[in-house]
Design a protein around this ligand. Structure first.
Ligand code: SF4
Length: 265
């Protein structure tokens, strides 16, 4: 009986640690859908970019974590979730570049702080600026479909951008803005320690690979950032403008799936 109670206490502490990590990463919801794994044999969907979204049941209040998992012994803070909290705290009410003037929200990042797979885009658009979360507009909906086509959910991966504030009129980020903001992306990568990064579009691809060839030539060619494999591919916003490129992007994502499977994750 004591063994059983001990196991229950350990299980409760583990669940609490996991949910607190998700809460600190901004994930106040739990997917009730089955969590499919990408390494099941032959399970590529027929229409890979049209998989329906997983149902997410929001927790009613973050404070529920405290009452639901009240315990005498507090588990230690999870490393990656705590690390991202520290990086976000260091960013603060950032005024390090001129993009601070026009923004509504700093769009830091979202997802699993211990994700094996990380997506890095360019910068927030109007929807992301309004909501404070990356990839929530039309391009974000396509990215969600791309992630689901890989047999993953948004909350399984980590998603962020090179630039954390919206450039006016959605113009390209300028070199001084990239230089001011990129240290925080690099800290996010250092904390999350993904096994593979997908660089969405030329800004992320150029920054992470150090190569400045056009994205049409760079995509699909596996590169590395600090020893982490980086797959450059098209930005979802570009795919919305030129749907004929979706096949190439899907090819790149399948390469990433194969690589993760080869790594055993
Ligand atoms: S874009 Fe980055 S560096 Fe510039 S103000 Fe926003 S958070 Fe700071």
């Amino acid at each position: 009986m004591e063994d059983l109670q001990g196991e229950l206490r350990a299980l409760t502490a583990g669940i609490r640690t996991h949910l607190e990590a998700r809460a600190r990463a901004g994930l106040l919801g739990v997917s009730r859908a089955p969590c499919p794994r990408m390494n099941r044999a032959g399970d590529e969907p027929a229409n890979a970019l049209a998989t329906p979204a997983a149902e997410v049941q929001p927790l009613t209040d973050p404070a529920d974590l405290e009452t639901a998992f009240a315990s005498d012994s507090e588990p230690p803070l999870p490393h990656a979730g705590h690390g991202l909290t520290l990086v976000r705290a260091e960013l603060g009410d950032c005024q390090r570049c001129k993009l601070a003037k026009g923004r509504k929200h700093i769009v830091f990042g979202t997802g699993n702080p211990e994700a094996h797979l990380m997506f890095v885009g360019e910068g927030p658009g109007a929807d992301e600026d309004a909501q404070g979360e990356p990839f929530v507009g039309a391009a974000g909906q396509l990215l969600t479909k791309m992630i689901q086509a890989m047999h993953l959910a948004r909350e399984d991966v980590y998603i962020c951008n090179v630039i954390k504030c919206r450039p006016p009129g959605n113009r390209d980020p300028e070199p001084d803005e990239v230089a001011a903001c990129e240290p925080f992306l690099k800290k996010q990568i250092a904390v999350v320690q993904p096994r593979v990064i997908v660089a969405l579009g030329k800004f992320a691809a150029h920054l992470l690979t150090g190569e400045h060839t056009p994205i049409t030539r760079l995509r699909g060619n596996l590169k590395h950032y600090q020893g982490i494999p980086v797959m450059p591919t098209y930005h979802p916003a570009f795919l919305l403008r030129d749907e004929s490129r979706k096949g190439e992007a899907w090819h790149d994502l399948k390469e990433v799936m194969a690589l993760l499977k080869h790594m055993g994750v």
